[in-house]
Design a protein around this ligand. Structure first.
Ligand SMILES: *Cc1c(COP(=O)(O)O)cnc(C)c1O
Length: 374
């Protein structure tokens, strides 16, 4: 009942009304005015002159982004090893193979120096990747001031996996504007939710229309069912787009609430030398999606596993940080550039409850439990 979850949905009467409004309108389908509205509102929030397509999941959006970028059978795509599996899986859906780049310690995102070396090496071997997927981990943008020029130098499309980073900024610009394509997820655990869903950000109307075409089984404009290309059933429901529009209104409030969580954690645990916080702020303003820490093993015998257990005994959910892709059985034979940084973050890292509904007494309970275990 009073379990404290890692990142639960934060929905209320506004969302309920929006859902019922869409339901009552009769557009109970993956087509309708709420979809158009949602796409336009996200595009406006990003500052306009981008084109948004509402899809059924972030994973589906990544798959379409890769297709739009021309990724196909036998290609290689460079991506972060320190990420959720969806970033890599979408590459494999295209028949391509991910080549992993380790993160750096300053942002936990793709290390631009390693990317540069990997691209130089690939170029010399005449085997450049078809695209680069950069991930904005835990709500913080990767270093696009370095990554974008590198992609431009080699003529590679840049796909931005911003699944966790809606509402963040990179050097003053909204996250989602840095790549050629960008993806936001509205899964149940993200900063905004439609229970499941995503927005694919495209650079022009043409590519957005192509994404809509591919997401609705690539139906040719004919009265009979005519198909030339392989399509997918990836469109978002009009009902969920209504939910998304309601959620969008409170994005700044939700970012602020998660930022407050992080501030509280830092303050309440300031006398714990074993704790180091995720280095937020390296590339801009994060959305503070998850409050993450690492434990310095020279300062404590406690490990993330012992903390997770102690918190669980108090009915508090916490999680290790993402397990790097190059350590996953699924991807262990794929090439990795570097690898030791994400490995050590995985060994020492922990994600604390970070929902935008978290209350001060809960934060106190969490931090007291942590202090005892340290
Ligand atoms: C959540 C997430 C995704 C996938 O989004 P879904 O909507 O769950 O398919 C992709 N990449 C990252 C980094 C994520 O955190």
């Amino acid at each position: 009942m009073d379990r404290i979850f890692l990142s639960p949905p934060d929905v209320g009467p506004l969302e309920r009304e929006a859902l019922l409004r869409a339901f009552d309108s009769g557009w109970v389908a993956p087509v309708g005015p709420e979809l158009d509205g949602f796409e336009e509102e996200v595009a406006a929030m990003l500052g306009g002159d981008v084109h948004c397509v509402a899809l059924s999941s972030g994973t589906a959006a990544l798959h379409l982004a890769l297709q739009l970028a021309g990724v196909t059978n036998g290609d290689q795509v460079f991506t972060s090893s320190f990420t959720f599996v969806a970033s890599a899986n979408a590459i494999r859906y295209c028949g391509a193979e991910p080549v992993f780049i380790d993160c750096d310690r300053t942002s936990w995102n793709m290390d631009p120096d390693l990317l540069e070396l990997a691209l130089e090496e690939a170029s010399k071997q005449g085997r450049l990747p078809k695209a680069v997927v950069a991930v904005d981990l835990y709500g913080q943008c990767a270093d696009y001031s370095r990554i974008s020029p590198l992609c431009q130098r080699y003529g590679l499309p840049l796909i931005q996996d911003s699944a966790e980073a809606l509402g963040a900024f990179h050097q003053g610009e909204p996250a989602g504007r840095q790549g050629d394509f960008a993806v936001f997820s509205f899964n149940g655990n993200k900063i905004l939710t439609t229970s499941g869903g995503a927005i694919l950000v495209c650079p022009n109307q043409e590519s957005a229309n192509r994404a809509r075409f591919l997401s609705t089984q690539a139906r040719e404009p004919a009265p009979h069912y005519q198909h030339v290309e392989l399509g997918y059933n990836y469109r978002m429901s009009n009902l969920l787009a209504a939910l998304g529009r309601a959620q969008l209104q409170s994005l700044p409030t939700k970012v602020e609430a998660r930022k407050e969580n992080f501030r509280h954690y830092q303050n309440l645990l300031r006398d714990e030398p074993a704790i180091e916080w995720i280095p937020f702020g390296a590339t801009g303003t994060p959305n503070y999606w998850l409050s993450c820490l690492t434990l310095n093993p020279t300062q404590t015998k406690a490990t993330p596993a012992t903390l997770i257990k102690a918190l669980a005994s108090q009915n508090i959910e916490s999680r290790p940080v993402w397990k790097p892709m190059h350590l996953q059985p699924l991807y262990q034979s794929n090439k990795i550039h570097g690898g030791t940084i994400s490995q050590s973050l995985f060994k020492q890292g922990l994600c604390l409850p970070s929902g935008s509904t978290l209350q001060p007494p809960q934060l106190k309970k969490i931090t007291e439990t942590i202090k005892q275990s340290l």
